[in-house]
Design a protein around this ligand. Structure first.
Ligand SMILES: Nc1ncnc2c1ncn2[C@@H]1O[C@H](COP(=O)(O)OP(=O)(O)OP(=O)(O)O)[C@@H](O)[C@H]1O
Ligand SMILES: [Mg+2]
Length: 286
């Protein structure tokens, strides 16, 4: 049985400032339901723009963006977003933050007492899942960064989104907390069966989490290479030291450097320092 396509992107182009900035140029990609797909690429290659467009926060200049066979025309509760900065409501407790999205949805739907009961049950289950049961009545500013991001993820999951869009969600966390979050988010993905689109600067994170890693290149923002990640579903932190993993990481890092033009900068630096050496020798000789 083939997995249905969840997100279909065809010829997607996004320009800013008239046509001065070509943030995305003719992106073609199908994302199957349930996939965990990660995006990497040099700064400015359009990762956030693509994510925001899928989330309905940006409108494309050309091309098609189809989710569940329907063109995206704006944000929807089927697509939840998590950003690098935790964006919790500081005037709400942890538990209230998590329930908030459901409350928003309730304004647009008939709300029954069993809806409310189900929502409370789900909020409690998410608190437990995220290891936040003990801090349900705390205020966001009383929590560490890692805990705040868990609350943000729980809140995103509260409305049972089909798609979770994450833009460098762990970028501000320390390395140890990030490792814990990696295993947690993989577990959540398996449990909730959501399609996850995840943007990161961290190639190791992209490989460890992803079924596929999409490498984008800048100027204009485009898809350069798609890597299938061959490590199956059972992944533990040790995988990051396996030769195959390290090799793939090296390959992707090299390609990012090539596409970003940074290799050229390095070569220029080496040429310059070579020239400097010759000048120094010349000066010493006179
Ligand atoms: N609202 C905007 N107005 C004008 N230009 C924009 C806007 N948003 C993004 N851009 C430009 O579009 C290009 C892609 O930006 P985007 O933020 O999507 O890149 P990115 O890959 O997420 O970068 P980073 O890795 O630094 O987060 C950049 O050149 C950026 O300056
Ligand atoms: Mg970005």
């Amino acid at each position: 049985m083939t997995t249905p396509t969840k997100i279909s992107i065809r010829g997607l182009t996004k320009n800013f400032d008239g046509a001065a900035v070509n943030a995305l140029e003719h992106i073609d990609l199908d994302i199957p339901a349930n996939e965990f797909v990660t995006f990497v690429g040099a700064s400015g290659c359009g990762k956030s723009t693509l994510l925001r467009t899928i989330g309905g926060l940006e409108v494309q200049s050309a091309g098609e963006l189809i989710v569940d066979d329907r063109a995206v025309t704006g944000p929807g509760i089927d697509r939840a977003m998590v950003f690098q900065h935790y964006s919790l409501y500081p005037w709400m407790t942890v538990s209230e933050n998590i329930k908030f999205c459901r409350q928003l949805a309730a304004h647009t739907r008939d709300r029954t007492s069993s809806d409310v009961e189900a929502a409370s049950g789900r909020a409690d289950a998410l608190l437990r899942l995220m290891g936040l049961s003990a801090v349900g009545s705390a205020w966001p500013n009383q929590l560490s960064g890692g805990m705040q991001q868990r609350v943000a993820i729980a809140r995103a999951l509260m409305g049972k989104p089909d798609i979770v869009l994450m833009d460098e969600p762990f970028g501000a966390l320390d390395a140890q907390t990030r490792e814990v979050m990696h295993d947690l988010i993989r577990y959540v993905h398996k449990l909730e069966k959501a399609t996850i689109v995840f943007v990161t600067h961290d190639v190791e994170e992209a490989i460890y989490l992803g079924d596929r890693v999409v490498l984008m290149a800048p100027r204009p923002g485009r898809i350069d290479t798609i890597y299938e990640v061959p490590f199956g579903d059972q992944r533990t932190q040790d995988l990051k030291h396996a030769p195959e993993f390290v090799r793939l990481k090296r390959e992707i890092l090299d390609r990012i450097r090539e596409t970003s033009g940074m290799k050229t900068d390095l070569e220029q630096l080496q040429r310059l320092s070579g020239a400097q050496g010759t000048t120094d020798e010349h000066l010493e000789a006179v």
